[in-house]
Design a protein around this ligand. Structure first.
Ligand code: NAD
Ligand code: DAU
Length: 338
């Protein structure tokens, strides 16, 4: 039985990981989370207190992070500002949390010799041309587009440097787009589902031809736990499914599953610098650690996610209007930004 420190464990991907750990191991978890707009205590409130403790605090607070790391066997680092659109509006918190936060975690891991897994994104590699068959691999060069992906690339490079120069025991995973329960309504899939549930039209950026690769959050949790347990220190693992879809096709599937006409959406102003396509070659994770995704059927995953949002309006409802008001300002602004 181990004791894990999970930073950002009250957010979407982190809280699903905490649930997975409690369900599949005997480990104890301490969550360190600032409880930003993207999270809430509610996500952890039904978990057994003797195995899951929430510490509300900032991952850049070195004294706090050191005191928590002193008491654990391993750290899984999810805490981040995570939304590209917000990073284009206000990059400062991304630099602070994603870069300084990772630096703080690395220094604590170094001080106590603690095993660290750093959770990152395929966006550090930039994007791929539409219509191509190329995929990102662990050898792909970094080429980030947005302040979000730039700060995640910076964090990944810090992990590599601390691993090589100070010998800390660290692994990194770079995942494709994740979906499932507890994702904030600012993100693409929950935004469209909750718009429809509220009687509003979904919003697609630009022509909707941008391609994303989709992974169910349970499969991501299994990948991270597998790497934490059996990954090699100093190594990076890409996590993906091959499940690539144009945004417009994902939206049409959601509309159909929710009994709405497939053209019942608005096209809105495109995201500046919008990445065209992400695609992952996950063969290293599959062949060396025998991980395979179990949620192969994307449409079934979307159906269960829609059901989850239908049943959990008390969780997502209170923040929905503010998110749509902020989007309204961006989407109604003139295209040249003036
Ligand atoms: P999220 O925004 O839902 O959750 C982030 C969590 O971090 C929140 O609970 C928030 O309160 C916490 N946090 C933010 N700043 C903090 C700070 N200064 N100190 C302590 N806690 C802080 O994001 P997510 O989608 O769950 O992403 C989690 C991680 O997974 C991120 O590192 C992200 O880059 C990575 N990731 C996400 C995806 C995806 O599709 N969602 C894909 C690949 C990688
Ligand atoms: O690839 C991994 C990344 O996936 C993670 O690192 C990020 O944390 C996560 O947010 C996600 O980034 P994206 O920018 O791809 O996700 P988002 O949900 O914001 O948008 C997905 C696609 O849908 C993208 O092409 C933009 C588009 N979109 C988004 C919204 C919110 C729309 O067309 N309409 C929308 O309303």
């Amino acid at each position: 039985m181990k004791h894990l420190l999970v930073t950002g464990g009250a957010g979407f991907v982190g809280s699903n990981f905490v649930r997975h750990v409690l369900e599949t191991t005997f480990h104890r978890v301490t969550v360190l989370d600032k409880l930003t707009y993207a999270s809430s205590r509610l996500v952890l409130s039904d978990l057994p207190p003797e195995r899951c403790r929430l510490v509300v605090g900032d991952v850049t607070d070195a004294e706090l992070v050191h005191s928590l790391v002193a008491d654990v066997d391993a750290i899984v680092h999810f805490a981040a500002e995570s939304h590209n659109d917000n990073s284009l509006r206000e990059p400062g918190p991304f630099v602070q949390t994603n870069i300084l936060g990772t630096y703080t975690v690395l220094e604590a891991a170094r001080a106590y010799g603690t095993r660290l897994h750093h959770v990152s994104t395929d966006e550090v590699f930039g994007d791929l041309p539409l219509g191509s068959r190329t995929r990102f691999s662990e050898q792909s060069p970094f080429n980030p587009s947005s302040p979000y992906s730039g700060t995640k690339a910076g964090a990944d490079l810090l992990v590599r440097a601390w691993s090589r120069s100070f010998g800390i025991r660290a692994t990194t995973s770079n995942s494709c787009n994740i979906y499932g329960p507890f994702q904030h309504v600012e993100k693409f899939i929950p935004r469209q589902i909750t718009n429809i549930l509220r009687g509003a039209r979904p919003k697609i950026y630009g022509d909707g031809r941008n391609v994303r690769e989709w992974l169910h959050v349970d499969d991501h949790s299994r990948a991270v736990l597998t790497i934490l347990e059996r990954g090699r220190s100093g190594e990076t693992y890409l996590v993906g499914t091959g499940n690539e879809h144009e945004n417009i096709s994902v939206l049409r599937t959601i509309l159909r599953l929710m009994n709405r006409p497939e053209d019942d959406f608005d096209r809105v102003r495109d995201r500046p610098g919008h990445d065209a396509r992400y695609a992952i070659d996950a063969s290293k994770l599959r062949s060396t650690l025998q991980w395979t995704p179990r949620h192969d059927d994307f449409e079934a995953g979307l159906r269960s996610t829609i059901e989850w949002y239908r049943r959990n309006e008390p969780w997502w409802g209170p923040g929905k209007s503010a998110v749509e008001a902020a989007y309204g300002e961006r989407e109604d602004a003139p295209a040249d930004g003036s």
